[in-house]
Design a protein around this ligand. Structure first.
Ligand SMILES: Nc1ncnc2c1ncn2[C@@H]1O[C@H](COP(=O)(O)OP(=O)(O)O)[C@@H](O)[C@H]1O
Ligand SMILES: [Mg+2]
Length: 248
């Protein structure tokens, strides 16, 4: 079982779009897959047409791991389950802070699920707080979407420094470029620079494409409503490359 966090300390970079499409592709390949929506905004929950668990206070990630199984929903797709966003996730870092071993809570919560799934994907909110530290501890690999801007690359440097300073291995980090406009010289230059600076930047990149935006209209992964589109092909390439990179 591999736990894959789709994480960035920046918002709006394509984390949720990647998490939804990668989880779908993993499941399509026959792997039993669970996508955990750790962002209280519930975007991946929305894309999979699952109702967020707002009313059910007794559930969610703050509760005992035994109860977690009750919160998991099946999706419309074979082999793909979802742990919906729970409104209580907005306070997850506060809840964790009150516990023993506060950075190991998520690892512990996910522990009983390790035997049940081939892949667990975590769609993360854009914060570096206690929840993020729980994610870094629980994930086997951290996959970071980078948009080709100077600020996004600066944020990535900060993330790598944070991980190193806190004893997390940078070797578990993979980055890919997201929202790329190949016509822009600056995009091409920044991507070339990052590939020179970092070994962990994957070859696959996700272009800026309206089919990705339309996920919000169709409420589905791009492979479902635009199977032969460049967007579907880009996520397929990303999944293939990532899958090969994380294979034991
Ligand atoms: N490759 C892309 N091309 C065009 N729009 C994109 C792309 N990736 C994401 N978007 C759009 O940008 C917005 C933010 O993407 P999202 O995946 O929710 O980012 P995050 O989870 O990092 O906040 C969404 O409206 C999404 O539809
Ligand atoms: Mg998101």
């Amino acid at each position: 079982m591999t736990t894959i966090a789709i994480y960035s300390n920046k918002g709006g970079v394509g984390k949720t779009a990647a998490a939804v499409n990668l989880a779908y592709l993993a499941a399509q390949s026959g792997a039993l897959t669970l996508l955990c929506d750790l962002d209280a905004q519930g975007s991946s929950t929305f894309y999979f047409r699952v109702r967020p668990g707002i009313k059910r206070k007794a559930r969610g990630l703050t509760k005992k791991s035994k109860q977690l199984g009750d919160s998991i929903k099946s999706t419309d797709f074979d082999s793909l389950d979802l742990l919906p966003a729970d409104f209580s996730h907005r306070n997850l870092d506060v809840a964790y802070a009150e516990k023993k071993n506060p950075t190991a809570r998520l690892t512990k919560t996910l522990e009983p699920l390790r035997g049940e799934y081939d892949h667990i994907l975590l769609d993360c909110p854009p914060t570096i707080n206690l929840l993020a530290e729980n994610v870094f501890a629980a994930a086997d690999v951290i996959v970071v979407p980078l948009i080709p801007t100077t600020l996004s690359l600066m944020a990535h440097r900060q993330l790598l420094d944070f991980l190193a300073a806190n004893g997390y291995k940078n070797s578990r980090v993979y980055a890919f470029f997201s929202m790329v406009d190949g016509r822009k010289k600056m995009h091409r230059e920044l991507i070339a620079q990052a590939r020179g600076d970092y070994e962990h930047v994957l070859d696959a990149a996700i272009p800026y494409l309206s089919h990705v935006e339309q996920m919000g209209v169709y409420r589905a992964p791009v492979g479902v409503f635009a199977a032969s589109s460049p967007a579907a092909a880009a996520y397929e390439q990303l999944w293939q490359e990532l899958h090969a990179a994380i294979a034991p």
